[in-house]
Design a binder for this molecule. Structure first.
Ligand code: MN
Length: 283
């Protein structure tokens, strides 16, 4: 099933409609951000309730809905640097995720379908990195790779927008709007094997990235194992799996489209931020 952010609230897609999940949240609908994390944590039970109550729950045509990021405020976003050999070669990096470990992106950097990535500088190289993202459904600590599947709620698309330069990775990747997420979370049962999905990214209709997740150095189960060995993973946490070759700069006015097989299509714009970041010393 496809879990969505429908006009700011959790929903699930049913054909060409979206079922509003708020009636099933039992008083947890006062806090929007928390309601999405609740759905990620309890979807096994909630999905039974949806099937039982399908006809009684409110529904809206999908075409009439504005989709937001499917996890608008994850507790954390953990991301893999250099996790495709093709990307390692294009970056000339001696290291891969196996030696670099994982890094954090700010949860406040998330935006959704149709939103704009806002560039904080007009004189720095800022790249797109199209990635498969894992959304956690169950608290995970020291999970072995062969048990990782039980902790995964589903998958979505993620663009790890990245400023190149000498600053710390987290700083270069955590500006507001630097993590487009969506268009929805496809539950793990519908995706099947996440380790062989075609991933493509276009800039202004120009195909820039085209690869398969089979090229991941650390596959999804190994990433969950590594991440959960570093820190406790909680429902709604997002794990960005890394980007294949083809990264390149984005400019104001660009349209970015990320499409991942069995997951969907995420489209965002690019604009220059009005008040540009001034705190980092120019290099
Ligand atoms: Mn990345």
């Amino acid at each position: 099933m496809k879990l969505v952010n429908a006009d700011g609230w959790p929903g699930v897609i049913d054909g060409d409609h979206v079922i509003d999940l708020r009636p099933l949240l039992a008083g947890r609908d006062g806090d929007r951000a928390a309601s999405f994390l609740h759905v990620m944590a309890h979807w096994d039970r909630l999905s039974d309730d949806v099937l039982d109550d399908r006809a009684a729950l409110p529904r809206t045509p999908l075409a009439a809905i504005h989709l937001g990021p499917p996890v608008p405020r994850p507790g954390k976003i953990l991301a893999a640097p250099v996790n495709y050999e093709t990307h390692r070669r294009e970056m000339g990096s001696e290291h891969t995720v196996s030696t670099l470990g994982l890094f954090l992106k700010a949860p406040s950097s998330v935006i959704g379908p149709g939103d704009d990535v806002l560039l904080p500088y007009d004189d720095r190289r800022i790249d797109h990195e199209g990635e498969l993202a894992v959304v956690i459904g169950k608290t995970a600590r020291d999970v072995p790779a062969d048990e990782a599947g039980a902790y995964i709620r589903g998958y979505t698309g993620l663009i790890d927008v990245t400023m190149r330069g000498p600053e710390e990775r987290s700083a270069r990747k955590s500006f507001d709007t630097f993590t487009p997420l969506g268009p929805w979370v496809v539950t793990a049962d519908e995706v099947g094997d996440p380790n062989d999905l075609r991933l493509r990214l276009w800039v202004e209709g120009d195909l820039r990235q085209d690869d398969r997740t089979a090229g991941l150095i650390l596959g999804v189960p190994e990433l969950v194992a590594l991440a959960s060995s570093m820190m406790t993973l909680e429902p709604g946490d997002v794990l960005a799996t890394g980007t294949p070759a083809g990264v390149g700069p984005i400019r104001p006015g660009d349209r970015l489209v990320l499409e991942i097989e069995r997951i969907g299509r995420l489209e965002v714009g690019v604009a220059l931020r009005e008040r540009s970041g001034q705190l980092l010393r120019r290099t």
